[in-house]
Design a protein around this ligand. Structure first.
Ligand code: BG6
Length: 493
């Protein structure tokens, strides 16, 4: 059974309180923690936005959002009522002083408790909102700031934002969220590597042939056309989620699990990424955009159609595959292949570590091929870990070899609901634990590596390659890995 420790009293102030993220992720996550009795009696959630609402109408809206985001079985009338009674609405504008006196009044009722400002807004508002938080005297000794990704759209803009925010908040009060770090299986990666003796001696280029990281989604643009068309898959997924996962796979063992010990090691990985720039980018990166096809069994329009009639032809990528190398002793000679995309055949996120082949086979040809071992860490769906091993097939007929998985599906092993990443992260902020949050230098190091790829793409006239919705991306993505004599992992392969 999970251990429930009630956190200290807090006020959670959510800017962008009527937005998509707050409705789909933040409120349902806080509701779940409340349902599990982890919130103290006096905890409050204060939604802030520009819309004209009263606390009463806002509570109704939050209730709708929670009911729409969670399965019916997760909703308990009494717990939901208790949660909604914690919710308060304040109308205020991040770009002017409008409404800030009211926010100060509401917060000043409780200056002694932990205060969290969660900025679920566009990142160009982070600086202006922080300045107002400070100039209205709202920063107490126990105040923390949460910033949603993406922070900027390139190195320069992310530096400017970090600089602006840094004028009002010191780094040890800033929590840059990457919700992939809150996923159970991503954290399990650290447990797997550093709480077992088995893997670490083999965790290097001498024993690992290559690593694949795939994050595939069946979703298309949903309601986020404006944001997404400015961003694209490289900025939206690779710069943050995928590079963070890569860091946890590739980093050296930190001396302890404290925030800076872990973040120092991740930073070293980001700094060791071999640059991809200029013409070389077209050999090791593939970008695609989906055309009409099928998703989840339904016909779906193409990206350009989703953007709407009259929109200029977009070159935004909805798919990226790339091969990267880490220039250090541990990983020289072991490529990492990353791919992510929207409107792919299934929703699956996994990290696949393929070990090197055995040096010599003692078996005859009749025994069948000896397949290299693979460790598959699956984030979603069906979170779990599979270690593919060669064994002897059962029964008579001589020595015949078979590749089978040692399979640990967490749902079967633990039988509990798998908490959403935000549940963990939102309360880590209250606890003051920064381990699963990105430090400024990490975010900037990631942009420093991403920027030359974006520049190379801009300079390349070829543009994005089309793929049919419901396929695994452009065929160039398959060629990218097959050129090296390898294939993308497919379940039960
Ligand atoms: C977000 C991206 O950060 O992560 C989205 O902006 C993406 O485009 C989402 O859909 C994926 O998260 P998850 O938890 O559903 O895998």
């Amino acid at each position: 059974m999970a251990r429930i420790i009630v956190v200290d009293p807090f006020d959670y102030v959510v800017f962008g309180g009527t937005g998509d993220l707050a409705r789909r992720k933040l409120f349902p996550a806080l509701y779940h923690r409340d349902f599990d009795n982890q919130l103290p009696e006096t905890a409050r959630i204060i939604g802030v936005a520009r819309r004209d609402e009263t606390t009463e109408s806002y509570r109704a809206d939050v209730e709708d959002a929670i009911r729409a985001s969670l399965p019916e079985g997760d909703i308990d009338g009494e717990a939901l009522g208790r949660f909604l009674s914690r919710v308060v609405y304040v109308r205020a504008d991040g770009t002017s002083d409008d409404g800030w006196d009211e926010l100060s009044r509401v917060l000043d009722e409780r200056r002694e408790c932990i205060r969290v400002f969660y900025l679920a807004t566009a990142s160009n508002l982070f600086g202006p909102i922080c300045h107002r938080i400070k100039s209205h005297g709202l920063i107490t000794d126990k105040t923390r700031l949460v910033l949603e990704k993406p922070i900027g759209h390139d190195l320069e803009s992310s530096r400017a934002i970090n600089e602006a925010v840094g004028q009002d908040f010191p780094e040890d009060r800033i929590y840059r969220i990457d919700h992939y770090l809150g996923k159970e299986t991503v954290q399990n990666l650290m447990a797997l590597r550093f709480a077992n003796v088995l893997f670490e001696p083999l965790w290097n280029a001498a024993h690992i042939d290559h690593v694949q990281i795939t994050v595939a989604e069946t979703l298309g643009l949903a309601e986020r056309a404006r944001y997404y068309d400015q961003a694209g898959a490289l900025r939206d997924m690779v710069q943050n989620h995928m590079l963070q996962m890569l860091c946890l796979v590739a980093m050296e063992p930190p001396t302890c699990i404290w925030a800076d010990a872990v973040r120092d090691e991740k930073l070293k990985v980001l700094r060791a990424l071999k640059p991809i720039a200029g013409r070389a980018a077209s050999n090791v990166t593939v970008r695609g955009q989906y055309r009409a096809g099928a998703a989840d069994g339904h016909a779906v329009p193409g990206y350009q159609q989703e953007l709407g009639p009259g929109t200029p032809t977009s070159q935004t990528e909805t798919f990226v595959a790339l091969k990267l190398e880490i220039d250090n002793w541990r990983w020289a000679g072991t490529p990492f292949y990353l791919r992510t995309g929207k409107r792919l055949p299934s929703r699956v996120s996994e990290i696949v570590v393929t070990f090197r082949p055995i040096p010599h086979s003692i078996f005859s040809r009749d025994a069948g091929p000896v397949v290299p071992n693979r460790l598959v860490i699956r984030l979603q769906p069906d979170e779990g870990i599979k270690l593919w091993l060669m064994i002897k097939d059962r029964g008579p007929g001589g020595m015949r070899l078979r590749n089978v998985p040692l399979d640990m599906t967490f749902r079967e092993a633990f039988g509990q609901r798998n908490p959403d990443a935000y549940e963990r992260l939102l309360l880590d902020v209250v606890r003051g634990n920064q381990t699963l949050f990105m430090r400024r230098d990490e975010v900037e190091a990631a942009w420093r590596w991403i920027d030359p790829i974006l520049e190379a793409w801009d300079a390349n006239k070829e543009g994005v390659k089309p793929y049919t919705a419901g396929s695994w991306g452009p065929s160039a993505s398959i060629a990218l890995i097959e050129r090296d004599g390898r294939t993308w992992y497919e379940e039960d392969s």
